[in-house]
Design a protein around this ligand. Structure first.
Ligand SMILES: *Cc1c(COP(=O)(O)O)cnc(C)c1O
Length: 396
């Protein structure tokens, strides 16, 4: 997953372009910038890579989620269905929008189970945000169909899934908007950054306005003359970060190829082990292959194996069920609504009783799941060593 492993001269060159002009701002300064538009160029490349009509870069993946929620008109009083297996950013963005996060069950795709959405829909439900976790896709066709039937807005959290496709279409392109992250540990990074992609021109305009204090760019080169049709925030990306992203995006195809190759070798080597089953991936060809996730027969075995992996020096393995940041079970701050300031959700007439929420299906999947990061820098002998380490750990 980590683009930082392929960091080099290309990134330096793009950043030096920006430093040479001294224009770190993505808008204006037409003369001084000498034709260098890094954020713009990143957005154009992102459209080409994903096939989306429009892309707008912003300061983080979390910002992208906030922007998408705002642009789609989701806020106070609304409920948004999200999975309990994601990074905390997904529920943070929903809460900060004023809406109430509601948890649907996940299944062995490690993503929202489309067949279990109906049981958490209420008359307040406005949107569903499936998260394409660990580089591979949710059953996005079925989730899209469900949203269409129920007239719900579909926004995709594809922050971990750039370079991932479902039946030839890039993830993040199935709903109204897709959200991407380029933070320090994502498949491509620009230090801090994110973006939304969409095919809807009005949503794109609203998103770019919201991310920049409502600026509508009607003032031409004079930002002070711009109108402000809506209130917004500052979720802008800097030209320096965007410059790194331009270089990283140029490497994305290569990154995905390496990941797919490394993952394939390890997966094949482990496929004979009867105690291991692999995560279900609705379209294996579209897997960005940033992680290999598998199931042990039960919680006890999974806990034993994750310990043994550590002892065997097999690094970059995750047992999410015990993880503070990626699974609902450990989100005590959410369960007791410990926020710095009051949230709309706290005053919602009806909301889930987060403290007593029960997600038995998600629990049973997460209890037995181990994921390992697929690195780009591995040489053949390291992969061989890993395979042996994993086999020993599973058989221990
Ligand atoms: C990383 C991540 C985010 C947030 O991205 P940042 O750029 O770190 O704000 C949101 N959702 C998921 C699933 C992520 O992995």
């Amino acid at each position: 997953m980590p683009g930082f492993e392929l960091f080099g001269d290309e990134e330096k060159k793009e950043v030096m372009d920006v430093l040479d002009t001294g224009v770190l701002f993505r808008y204006g300064f037409e003369q001084a910038r000498k034709g260098k538009w890094k954020a713009r160029s990143f957005e154009e490349k992102l459209c080409r890579f994903t096939g989306a009509e429009y892309a707008h870069l912003c300061s983080s993946g979390t910002a992208a989620l906030s922007i998408a929620l705002a642009a789609c008109g989701i806020g106070a009083g609304d409920e948004v269905i999200i999975p309990p297996f994601t990074f905390v950013a997904t529920f943070e963005a929903v809460l900060n929008s004023g809406a109430v996060p509601v948890f649907g069950e996940i299944d062995e795709t490690l993503c929202l189970n489309p067949d279990r959405l109906d049981s958490v829909v209420t008359e307040k439900t406005k949107a569903v945000i499936p998260v394409h976790m660990c580089g591979a896709m949710a059953q996005i066709d079925k989730i899209k169909k469900f949203c269409a039937e129920k007239k719900l807005i579909l926004i995709e959290d594809a922050c971990q899934a750039i370079g991932g496709f479902f039946k030839g279409k890039h993830l993040g392109r199935f709903g109204k908007m897709g959200c991407l992250s380029f933070d320090a540990v994502k498949t491509i990074t620009c230090g801090e950054g994110g973006g939304i992609i969409t095919d809807d021109h009005d949503l794109y305009l609203k998103a770019s306005q919201y991310a920049d204090h409502g600026h509508d760019y009607s003032g031409g080169p004079d930002r002070g003359a711009d109108g402000h049709p809506i209130m917004g925030a500052n979720y802008r990306i800097s030209e320096l970060n965007a410059a790194v992203g331009v270089a990283q995006l140029g490497k994305l195809n290569k990154i995905i190829k390496i990941q797919q190759n490394n993952k394939k070798i390890i997966k094949e080597a482990l496929s004979g082990i009867s105690d291991i089953r692999f995560r279900q991936i609705p379209d294996p060809d579209g897997d960005s292959a940033s992680f290999l996730s598998f199931f042990l027969p039960d919680e006890t075995r999974a806990k034993k194996v994750i310990k043994a992996l550590g002892k065997n020096g097999v690094d970059a393995c995750f047992y999410w069920y015990d993880n503070n940041w990626h699974y609902f079970r450990k989100w005590d701050h959410l369960k007791s609504m410990k926020s710095a300031a009051p949230l709309c959700a706290q005053f919602a007439e009806t909301k889930p009783d987060y403290k007593n929420i029960s997600l038995p299906e998600s629990d049973s999947v997460m209890k037995k799941t181990i994921s390992m990061l697929i690195k780009l820098s591995w040489i053949d002998s390291e992969i061989e060593k890993r395979i042996n380490g994993i086999k020993n750990a599973v058989n221990s």
